[in-house]
Design a protein. Structure first.
Length: 95
């Protein structure tokens, strides 16, 4: 197997993004800014958030837009989060 370079969508120069620790009953406040210079839209699907798309429809942002979301956390567990803007598989594969 050979090695190859892969361009990733990093979060403050880190892949994966930061670990978010919260407790049941907490309100998660997300200030999401899409600073992607490519012009691609982005959002965040928090699997811990109840409702359509894990909150992704409420924080969908075009280039240079900022969205603020508040989410009441009701279920305990360890959850992933990822971009939910089309094309979703490409976003997930890029980190």
């Amino acid at each position: 197997f050979g090695f190859y370079d892969h361009v990733a969508k990093e979060w403050k120069y880190s892949v994966p993004g930061p670990f978010i620790r919260a407790r049941v009953g907490d309100i998660l406040q997300i200030n999401f800014n899409n600073g992607d210079a490519s012009g691609m839209a982005h959002s965040v699907d928090f699997h811990a958030v109840l409702g359509p798309g894990g909150g992704a429809p409420t924080n969908f942002a075009e280039q240079d837009e900022t969205r603020v979301g508040y989410y009441l956390l009701k279920k305990p567990g360890l959850y992933v989060y990822h971009c939910a803007a089309a094309p979703i598989p490409v976003h997930i594969n890029n980190g």
